[in-house]
Design a protein around this ligand. Sequence first.
Ligand code: GLC
Ligand code: GLC
Length: 642
Amino acid sequence: MHYDSQWLHEQSVITLERILPAILDLTQSDPDQALFLERLRNHFPVLFEYYLNLYGEHYDCHFHLEATVGSLAQAFLQRPSELRQLDRHRQQNEDWFQSQKMVGAVCYVDLYANDLAGIQQKIPYFNELGVTYLHLMPLFDAPELNSDGGYAVSSFRKVNPKLGDMNDLRVLTTQLREHGISLVLDFVFNHTADEHEWAKKALQGEKQYQSYYLMFDDRGKPDEYEPFLREIFPDQAPGSFTFRPEINKWVWTTFNTFQWDLNYSNPEVFRVMLEEMLYLANQGAEILRLDAVPFVWKQVGTTCENLPEAHWIIRAFNAFVQIACPALLFKSEAIVHPRDVRSYIDPSECQISYNPILMTHLWDALATRETFFMRHAMSRRFSMPENTAWINYVRSHDDIGWGFADEDASEVGINGFDHRRFLNSFYTGDFPTSFAKGHPFNYNPRTQDMRIVGTTASLAGLEQALATKDPLAVEMAVRRIVLIYSVVFSIGGIPLIYLGDELGTLNDYSYLDDSQKSPDSRWLHRPSFDQQQFQQRNLSTDATSAVFRRITHLISVRKAQPAFAGMSTEFFDLGNNHIFSYVRSGTITVLTNFSEFPQQIDSQLLPKFGSPDGKLFDLISQQHLMIGSTLEIPPLSVFWLS
Ligand code: GLC
Ligand code: GLC
């Protein structure tokens, strides 16, 4: 519901005045009370607007809002002083995450280091790599057996006992911060595990908790919704509803049957989830990855993805955060149509976002050796609002879906449907001459859609090349890995490494022996930490150390160049479709060759930055390139020219 802005303004003033006495009372002995009140006054109008949009028609709207502001004040009271300091610091350095020194990494706690204490031991390595942002995959209490890699959360306030406890997490967070690393945690807010206390109470028939979820007495409603819904896991969890005989009800389960979607049309759910979120912020998480954002609001007759209310929920959450813990950033996980990916990015919504568009196009360019599609899509879709940033990555713990826009494709003469089939065939290794060793994920016979799994190295050809023992093929595979990472390290935004990729880690087929994991092929690219490979990173002359040396070199070059800060990235066409090129901050020219053959470019077409002697300096090789009328870029190589 939308309201008249004049009316909203008046109501927000009246409402705040009504709420204030209780808040004054609650916060009176807090040394930062004045600061809290100032922030509350500043952000209340925005918060009020979105809250009313969402719940204005609820008969108890104002009661719930007051309770929610009460929760906010409580969370502020519990905010530790060093985090309050961080809040102040970050507010004075709002662009901290735009620095060229930012480098992200992601891993599973158990697979990478056994437990939280193990992660602590890896801090020297994170520093060696230059990591400043560490995403630890969901580490909360979760069902003993299948928990979708932790994305079925049984309690947001309890660490999975196998990994440690909340105290360990707080200690780790502080240590990471002392070493210049910001902790990123998941806020899995679309659903809980069916073993969450709320779900258990709902299963015992408690109406209050049943209203936390989306439950139906018969197939009536589900049948109305279902025809419009995308099946996320058609293989392992077909449909979007699960019947629970204990209560004789159908429960909305977008993902797996044990992941119950929360009912955000209930303002109490908004409040309790806000409490969980602020709790995580108070443990020291500096960035929350908003898991599965597009799905949080449902409306019959729609796809139930990317609805306006989903945006209002995040914007309302964001306004609450600005009051209680403004150091916190939101990262959007919206793996949807490029237009919709973009729609979550705003300083007052999610300040940072995965960039699945670039990710998809990098793999497309490696397969086709052509860059015009990527250039077209990036020219159109890369730019973002000020004070926001992309998280650029080549792969995550999830599958790769070919999420380019069909309209972008058709503008450059590509049929999206056919091209997806080609890419699937290429990356599963079916396509003749393919270098890739990926596998299918959730083939949907109805739509003929499927996604791809595989580690970066295996998808880029290293697994196949090592099997053939052909040194040239190995070198080409290494170059492909380094090439796509070089884009991630040089294009505007925060680069994110899936830990293990920097060592050229191959697919791990052992998940097939684990009955919990075998139905979900994403485990193929979630290997355990490999001690031996790790130890060889600087020693040997094999592919592992080649990837490691080149990647760490790129990171250190990136970090030394302020031009790599921020988002400014201008794409340009050099008239050669194997070359992908852009200029950073108007000063560094990036040239990448996606072909296995050397490519010449007309140096007249290069942007001129006043180099009267006709020489350009490559920051990567630290050499002056003599350029006459043409410049040659070696196969699958990259120049960062200044
Ligand atoms: C996110 C996660 C994915 C998980 C899903 C459900 O998309 O990245 O791994 O399966 O949410 O939580
Ligand atoms: C879909 C969803 C995304 C999820 C993924 C899991 O792409 O949009 O949220 O992570 O499936 O495979």
